[in-house]
Ligand binder design. Structure first.
Ligand code: AKG
Ligand code: FE2
Length: 243
């Protein structure tokens, strides 16, 4: 994960903030365990729906910062956050997603709505939103969550995703992965660099998944119960198949 302050030209960042303020955003929904839930307090719209030159200029600048080639397809998402947060997730949870790089441009300051980053088996890191701060990480190997936003005014952020080459990498965890490590440190080093960490993350990060569901977005008891149940099912399945 990399964090860069004063990432864009300040005038451009201010223009992007204005675009966010004006944009019509929709309630964000997410799929969990076969059901669709609203994410409380999160509203989003895709950049391509609003066709603003400032967004294109921002995308070009971010593309250079993250080192994505001119041909890498990009998706842009504008977000307004008035309350909740995000449960632990990977931006690329597996095929057909081809997202390789996530870059989040924060446009609002706050001491809540922190980005929590769980780089595999490294100490977790929390990044506060700050105007013109850019956080960049690998979409397929960086578990993250967003803590609840508690400020009276909205939190604005724009996320840029750049695709990589066709996802040809292995995505199935096999016994040979697990038996081939001479030492524990070798296994850790492998999973830190590999998208295969996604297969075992629900078991390894059980508490973080559960806490983030409970505290950041599961405000309705019935929704939370379903999400926790689905999380536990997938964690148990992952633990069983990696034995
Ligand atoms: O709002 C943030 O800080 C991050 C949002 C996020 O993780 C996402 O949109 O996938
Ligand atoms: Fe994300």
């Amino acid at each position: 994960m990399k964090c860069k302050d004063d990432a864009l030209d300040a005038d451009l960042a201010a223009e992007v903030l204005e675009v966010c303020r004006r944009a019509r955003m929709r309630q964000h929904v997410f799929e969990f365990g076969g059901r669709v839930f609203p994410k409380p307090g999160i509203f989003e719209v895709e950049g391509q729906e609003i066709n603003e030159p400032a967004l294109e200029r921002a995308e070009a600048a971010v593309r250079i910062i993250v080192g994505a080639g001119p041909d890498a397809a990009a998706a842009v998402k504008l977000q307004r956050n008035t309350g909740g947060g995000f449960p632990a997730h990977y931006d690329n949870a597996g095929p057909p997603s081809r997202r390789a790089v996530t870059a989040i441009l924060y446009l609002t300051d706050g001491d809540s709505g922190m980005l929590e980053i769980f780089e595999f088996l490294k100490p977790p890191v929390r990044v506060a939103p700050r105007f013109n701060r850019l956080v960049v990480f690998a979409s397929d190997r960086c578990l993250h969550a967003v803590t609840r936003w508690r400020e009276p005014t909205p939190r604005y952020a724009v996320t840029f995703w750049f695709d990589g080459r066709a996802a040809s990498e292995e995505i199935v965890l096999t016994k040979s992965h697990l038996s081939g490590f001479p030492t524990w440190d070798d296994a850790v080093a492998f999973f830190q660099e590999s998208p295969l960490q996604r297969v075992i993350s629900r078991a390894v990060y059980d508490d973080e998944y559960e806490t983030s569901l409970r505290e950041y977005c599961g405000f309705r008891e019935d929704h939370l119960a379903h999400m926790l149940e689905a999380h536990r099912r997938s964690g148990t399945a992952a633990a069983a198949c990696s034995r």
